[in-house]
Design a protein around this ligand. Sequence first.
Ligand SMILES: *Cc1c(COP(=O)(O)O)cnc(C)c1O
Length: 400
Amino acid sequence: MPTYNRADLAFEHGQGAVLWTVDGRRFLDFGAGIATTSIGHAHPHLVATIAEQAAKVMHVSNLYRVPQAERLAQRLVDSSFADSVFFCNSGAEANEGMIKAVRKYNSETGHPERYRMICFEGAFHGRTLATLSATGNEKYLAGFGPPVDGFDHVPFGNMNALRDAIGPGTGGIMIEPIQGEGGVRPAELQFLRDLRATCDEFGLLLALDEVQTGMGRTGKLWAHQWAGIEPDVMSAAKGIGGGFPLGAVLAKEKVAQYLKPGTHGTTYGGGPLACAAGNAVLDVILAEGFLDHVDQIARKLWDGLEDLARRHPTVIENIRGAGLLLGMKLRPEISNTDAQAAGVMEGLLTVAAGQNVLRLAPPLIIGDAEVEEALALLDRVMLRLTPSVASLAVASLAAK
Ligand SMILES: *Cc1c(COP(=O)(O)O)cnc(C)c1O
């Protein structure tokens, strides 16, 4: 179906942060399949683990125990606020599980009327009917009938609006610590702390969507750790499988206890192959010093981007984000999709995001060389976009 606006590029293989097309062109991949190939392309440990597991057993269903899932769940519990984990196959499915968990908790604790959640303008939670309603973007909802009821939206970061929106039907608050699709917009850490306090004050559950920000993306395993808070329930996906489809709902026991047999499920979710992949990714991300490396290399990239912004003030408005989820907000007269296309011309893959932002979400394994190369390529991208030489840039685009 014509659901995507695809670039005319087809990749044949990759290695680390580099991808090669079928016709042999080389690209530095600072999009990572939308923040998903967290440990880079063709990581030997991930490749070997998937191959070995595929040769043993790929799928058994949730009628049976799955040791790979038990191990992955235990490791996620040991390295998070959570007491238990539900596995699924994507971010939207993780958010559906999270929304259902919040509703079930409220219903089982005597408040079935509290099925509503407060969400934020600019959010992105997925493309299923409920997660679209949580997203609340009119453009995405148009034509798909009545949205699922139970989602109220307030401006991102506005505590007064949030408190005003809490009513007798409110059961939880759902937020991305950094809005990814919405324009790489980080919530203030104090705002996240205030949300936690507000949830405690009103008896609401704090539900974090860490689909894009989790699994080491910000230099801590989970982005909310920067704020020193704990959610009650959280979704993860994207980077968790390193490119293999995998999603997860992590929850405290007070929430998870109500998801008894028969209340929720999936055929594929938590299968041996996906969970073996998840364990292999965790082996890399939890290795001594890895997250410190992400933090350090991210700061280097940030400094370089700040420098670019100073040198190209007619193109870049500001730099935003955290860790290796960074955005360059472009001037209104420069389009982020043109910038993305100019990146392709220079051999650099990026991802456009909302609010006219060019998003950088490289694999977490990048080193100094990749950062330096990306900054040099971005410098050329900015030159292509600089208004005064726009006609020259168009001419050179046409020549290629
Ligand atoms: C990508 C994303 C989703 C949806 O994940 P899918 O795997 O595409 O269903 C949900 N929430 C956030 C924050 C995301 O970035």
